[in-house]
Design a protein around this ligand. Structure first.
Ligand SMILES: Cc1ncc(COP(=O)(O)O)c(C=O)c1O
Length: 451
């Protein structure tokens, strides 16, 4: 067999895999046990790539989590829009090192256009820089580094030359419900978890402006568009006004919630967020582009470009180069899938994609309430946060659903007590899939009551 046979076989198997709409959301124990078939010593000799693909499909495909299916409601995990997946396949064939224009004029042009589409779709300042990084975690790390560098520069400190020893302290204020990956980024940057100042939140997980800790021009304020459990949005108007008055930098983690701005009905949830200095968001959640693709957006291009600068004597590049807007130097052109999604959806398709996920989450919540499940959040976006009468029952339900395998969602802890959460993010989920999921939950609840 030739390499082209392997490609053709991979394409055919990928096509067949993608068509399996009704497969269980989580693999069976037998499929997981069969993964042991991958364990073997490094082969002594070359082998046929097409056979390798066949092996990968035979053992791997049945043991995948079907987050591309309509029946997956775990974490906040998107699926892959066919248009974005198709663009990804062609981009894979191009295999560009998309660090800057000289390495790939095509990638540089398409990612620049993707950035313009993103700013238009999210209605953020059109002059902002958009870096396409691996994840909201990585993009957040780049932007928080830019924020600190800028605040220190404004205070007369040369961070690039002198580092942090003896530097004025930069304080960071985060929400009590801040996402763990923002903490991770801050920890890696040396802020020290114990030194972070926590802002108190209300019952939905939104920062309470009345209890906002003092801010000054040495402060980074981290806000959230889409809290990971309840999907709630911080009240940006008063919080950003307070930050502006104090001269603080505002960073917004909008990993999934920032896409509310792409709909006319939900945009008010994010009112005022455009006044921030930096934003992170993912493609691989609500936009349904393939993993791993995220965006780090910075109001003043130079602030991120100078922090991320990776121009070398053998590879000079300006502030528009992706390698100077992200952590990566060599990188794949992950912005192409974002371009493909936005190009094919258009404004109307994007609005419909996001607003219909929210309508489905609300349908899910109504169905669960009819089953006697307590819905803890306002379901303003795509997350449904729930609890049963007692903690033991709350813990047992996701475990039973996961054992059943037909649909999948997970547990969490909310305000100190167990809860479970359902996330509607996949483009493929329709009303009938939500009704089926509610019926499965009802079935599992009834069987537990009988037991
Ligand atoms: C609110 C929020 N912030 C940040 C992240 C981190 O995103 P990523 O997994 O792309 O790093 C997530 C994702 O899971 C999230 O839900």
């Amino acid at each position: 067999m030739t390499n082209s046979d392997a490609m053709q076989r991979a394409d055919a198997l990928a096509e067949a895999y993608s068509g399996q709409r009704e497969a269980p959301a989580f693999p069976s124990k037998a499929a997981i046990d069969a993964l042991a078939g991958f364990q073997q010593p490094l082969p002594a000799a070359p082998s046929d790539p097409a056979e390798m693909i066949a092996l990968m499909d035979r053992l791997g495909s049945p043991a995948t989590v079907r987050n591309n299916s309509p029946h997956y409601f775990g974490f906040v995990i998107g699926a892959g829009l066919p248009a974005a997946m198709a663009a990804e396949r062609l981009a894979l064939a191009w295999n560009q090192c998309a660090s800057d224009w000289v390495n790939s004029p095509a990638a540089a042009a398409i990612e620049a256009q993707a950035g313009r589409y993103v700013l238009e779709a999210l209605d953020l300042p059109r002059e902002a820089a958009v870096g396409f990084g691996t994840s909201a975690t990585a993009c957040g790390l780049a932007l928080l580094a830019a924020a600190r560098r800028h605040l220190l520069e404004r205070a007369g400190w040369d961070f690039d030359a002198d580092g942090l020893v003896g530097a004025p302290e930069i304080r960071v204020v985060v929400s009590e419900t801040v996402h763990i990956t923002v903490i991770k980024a801050l920890r890696l940057l040396g802020f020290g978890v114990r030194r972070l100042v926590r802002a108190a939140v209300d019952d939905q997980g939104r920062i309470d402006p009345a209890q906002l800790p003092p801010l000054d021009d040495h402060t980074i304020l981290c806000l959230q568009a889409g809290e990971v459990n309840a999907g709630a949005f911080d009240p940006f108007v008063p919080l950003i006004a307070a930050a502006r008055a104090a001269g603080a930098w505002v960073h917004v983690d909008g990993a999934f919630g920032l896409w509310a701005r792409a709909t006319s009905a939900l945009k008010p949830l994010t009112e005022g967020v455009e006044g921030a200095d930096s934003w992170t968001t993912d493609g691989h959640k609500m936009l349904n582009t393939p993993y791993d693709g995220a965006m780090g957006i910075c109001r003043v291009r130079d602030h991120v470009a100078r922090a991320m600068d990776a121009s070398a004597v053998y590879a000079p590049a300006g502030a528009e180069a992706q390698k100077n807007l992200t952590l990566e130097f060599s990188r794949r052109a992950r912005g192409i899938a974002v371009w493909a999604a936005l190009h094919t959806l258009g404004r109307a398709g994007l609005d419909a994609l996001i607003s219909s996920r929210v309508a489905l989450a609300q349908r899910f919540a109504a169905g669960l309430r009819d089953l006697g499940v307590e819905v803890l959040n306002e379901v303003a976006f795509n997350q449904v946060l729930c609890r049963l009468g007692d903690d033991a029952a709350t813990l047992a339900l996701p475990a039973a659903i996961q054992a059943d395998g037909r649909i999948w969602f997970g547990g969490t802890v909310w305000q100190g007590r167990p809860a479970f959460r359902i996330s509607v993010a996949s483009w493929a989920t329709e009303a009938a899939d939500v009704d089926r999921a509610v019926a499965i939950i009802g079935e599992v609840l009834r069987s537990k009551r009988h037991a």
